[in-house]
Design a protein around this ligand. Structure first.
Ligand SMILES: [Mn+2]
Length: 354
């Protein structure tokens, strides 16, 4: 793997006397191969350096064969950085990740005037996925779809929201997931009006919406999906809301393709909900990029003018949320292709009445 080359030859306006400092676990993994999390990489035209400590040296040597590995912690790490970067005119760093105290230490050692925040440009290099990355995301999403089929048999009157969350998580771990991409959302009844409500010991009752938003990690890559079901028979109002969201989601999927701006995809789906009279009940974006992080670029939002390109992976997740009634969200994960999308989510989308 040689993703570090993207930093030098990619979209960073990189010049030969610059260096890039990478400190976030996801970008360390992406650009160096190192999965240990705690390290600092310095990448320039001349050298590729990975500084970590005793705990990770053997791992770093195995995972980052293109890099010179150094065992340095604390002050020694920053002294090394100072010497190493003495001839660099600019040091690009991850301003959306580095904390203020580390910024101050590095700034004092190397000179604040040379530090240039470059998170957005660095993160954009991860937007278009390689085939092997899409395979991992797809596998993670497949585990999620299997978990959804499983949970349909588990949900009964009297089980709690916590029970459902735990069962989803246990199933995903049992089926190859190495972790969760975020805290599982499984909420029911009126609480489904909270887009990011938290599961509790509340028991599921007949006639309630149940919204489950969950995902897992497979070989470092995240999945994300949401389904809303009803226990027992759905009311006319529940059917109405569900159908509008389902149609908006279908419309959103059709509006995702290479060459389209993210804001235009968002608009297509949003219009369906607005025309049905629920515009104010859909207050979040249509979707977001997914990869090593659960939320990454591009944002499929009304404010994002990034043009979609082939092999970006994004979610499509419209919703309607009505206080004191409930809400519906339906979310698939898709890979952008030339004339449309490859849908990575196989779980059923028609209204399921359990
Ligand atoms: Mn999502």
């Amino acid at each position: 793997m040689s993703a570090y080359k993207k930093l030098i030859s990619g979209g960073l306006d990189f010049e030969s006397d610059y260096a890039v400092i990478i400190t976030s676990p996801h970008n360390l993994r992406y650009f160096t191969g190192f999965t240990g999390g705690e390290a600092l990489a310095v990448i320039s035209d001349k050298r590729k350096i990975l500084i970590t400590d005793f705990r990770y040296i053997e791992q770093a040597e195995n995972e980052s064969p293109d890099f010179e590995i150094f065992d340095l912690s604390g002050d020694k790490r920053y002294e090394f950085l100072k010497n190493e970067c003495a001839d660099c005119s600019k040091l690009l760093f991850e301003d959306r990740y580095m904390n203020v105290s580390e910024y101050n230490i590095i700034g004092e050692k190397t000179g604040f005037e040379r530090l240039i925040g470059a998170s957005e440009k660095i993160d954009k290099l991860r937007m278009i996925k390689e085939e092997w990355e899409i395979e991992r995301i797809s596998k993670a999403e497949e585990i999620g779809s299997l978990a959804f089929s499983h949970i349909l048999k588990f949900i009964k009157e009297g089980v709690t929201e916590n029970d459902i969350a735990l069962e989803l998580e246990y199933f995903m771990r049992k089926n190859g997931a190495e972790g969760l991409s975020f805290d599982t959302i499984s909420i029911s009844g009126e609480k489904t009006s909270l887009p990011h409500g938290q599961p509790s010991s509340k028991k599921i009752k007949c006639g309630e919406f149940i919204t489950m938003d969950f995902g897992c990690i497979y070989k470092g890559y995240c999945s994300d999906m949401t389904r809303t079901v009803v226990l027992g028979r759905a009311s006319e109002k529940q059917k109405e809301i569900y159908e509008i969201v389902r149609l908006a989601q279908e419309t959103g999927l059709k509006a995702l393709k290479s060459g389209i701006k993210c804001c235009d995809s968002d608009k297509a789906a949003r219009e369906v909900i607005e025309k049905a009279g629920y515009g104010k009940n859909f207050g979040h974006s249509l979707g977001h990029g997914v990869g090593l992080l659960i939320h990454e670029l591009p944002n499929v939002s009304p404010r994002c003018d990034i043009v979609l390109e082939e092999n970006m992976v994004v979610s499509c997740e419209p919703g309607i949320y009505i206080p004191n009634f409930g809400g519906v969200r339906i979310e698939d994960l898709v890979c952008i292709k030339k004339d449309g999308v490859l849908n990575l989510t196989s779980a059923e989308k028609k209204l399921i009445e359990l």
